[in-house]
Design a protein around this ligand. Structure first.
Ligand SMILES: Nc1ncnc2c1ncn2[C@@H]1O[C@H](COP(=O)(O)OP(=O)(O)OP(=O)(O)O)[C@@H](O)[C@H]1O
Length: 303
């Protein structure tokens, strides 16, 4: 098996020592490419698909998202494995739960068949962990602008966040209208590392999961219940699935929106998220509850 390691030096927990540890678990021949700038993991992965059998993403959710986008658009269908060396590592947790990554990587390299994960698409960008509107993108924006950790940003924002008037349509059907705390679409069961926002999400069912939490719930209740994965018990919470999700703000103010942790430039009042079923192969724990189907690898992409 020819393996390429794509390592992001800017990700939260990537060090040369971690990459060396990954190299030692992989069989020879293995090559390592360090990304030089944001977005480069996509072109590295896309090019590598012609000559390797597995791409190992070493970084966080952003790196995994870029690698997935490259492999999803490559000529050969080559799977990926995630080594969690970022800050949140939500995708790894969804695929491998608490399995230590060296054990997961060894299993992945032992001939485990990949699962073909659905990706989401927003304005031509491919998304692996999910998209959200409202509180979550504003928390990410707060963390970046104040140069503080994500959890600190959530605490900071909790006391002053104002829900927005919005509506959500799933496959053209209105599922929510009114005060909105947060909308999540995906994707990964977890976001922000520890928030089980889409606790029933199956990542290879050809559908996007959607969860809407209304603005009537105070921030501390939403934060603690999503962390425990118990928010579906809150009154009025919407949880559904579909192929196309439209998220809008209904007053004349811009909607805070992000996908895979990238906050969209502020200005628009609505976004459409569509599903790309089975777009990328990933290696996941054999008993991962979020994965249903597995298939043999790989070869030439079906057009
Ligand atoms: N050489 C580089 N220099 C600066 N930024 C880079 C470089 N290579 C990749 N990036 C960017 O680094 C960002 C952060 O990477 P990543 O999301 O993997 O780590 P993280 O933020 O620590 O983890 P998580 O997303 O799990 O919280 C990504 O948006 C990616 O585009």
């Amino acid at each position: 098996m020819r393996v390429l390691i794509v390592a992001n030096p800017a990700a939260g927990a990537v060090t040369p020592a971690v990459v060396w540890q990954v190299v030692r678990v992989c069989p020879a021949p293995v090559s390592v490419r360090w990304t030089g700038f944001p977005g480069e993991a996509t072109t590295i992965a896309q090019d590598a698909a012609n000559s390797v059998d597995l791409v190992v993403s070493v970084g966080g959710d952003g790196t995994a998202s870029e690698v997935a986008a490259g492999l999803a658009t490559a000529y050969r269908r080559v799977p990926m494995m995630v080594v969690p060396a970022g800050t949140a590592n939500s995708l790894y947790r969804t695929l491998w739960a608490d399995t230590p990554w060296p054990a997961a990587l060894s299993l992945a390299l032992s001939g485990l068949p990949p699962s073909w994960l659905d990706l989401a698409e927003v304005d031509g960008s491919l998304v692996i962990t999910g998209a959200s509107a409202g509180f979550s993108p504003l928390s990410i924006h707060t963390a970046k602008t104040a140069a503080i950790g994500y959890q600190d940003a959530i605490r900071d924002l909790a006391g002053r966040y104002r829900p927005y008037p919005g509506r959500v349509l799933v496959d053209g059907q209105l599922v929510h209208y009114g005060s909105t705390f947060v909308v999540n679409v995906g994707g990964s069961r977890y976001r922000g590392g520890e928030y089980a926002l889409l606790p029933h999400s199956v990542v290879d069912d050809g559908l996007l999961d959607v969860c809407v939490i209304g603005g009537e719930h105070p921030a501390p209740v939403v934060i603690s219940s999503t962390r425990a994965g118990e928010h579906l018990n809150l009154p009025g919470v919407v949880y559904t699935r579909g192929r196309e999700v439209r998220v809008e703000r209904t007053d004349d103010r811009p909607l805070w929106f992000e996908h895979d942790g990238e906050v969209a430039p502020v200005g628009r009042r609505g976004y459409t998220v569509t599903v790309r079923p089975g777009a990328v192969g990933v290696l996941a724990a054999p008993d991962a509850p979020s994965v249903t189907r597995r298939s043999e690898v790989c070869g030439r992409r079906r057009r």
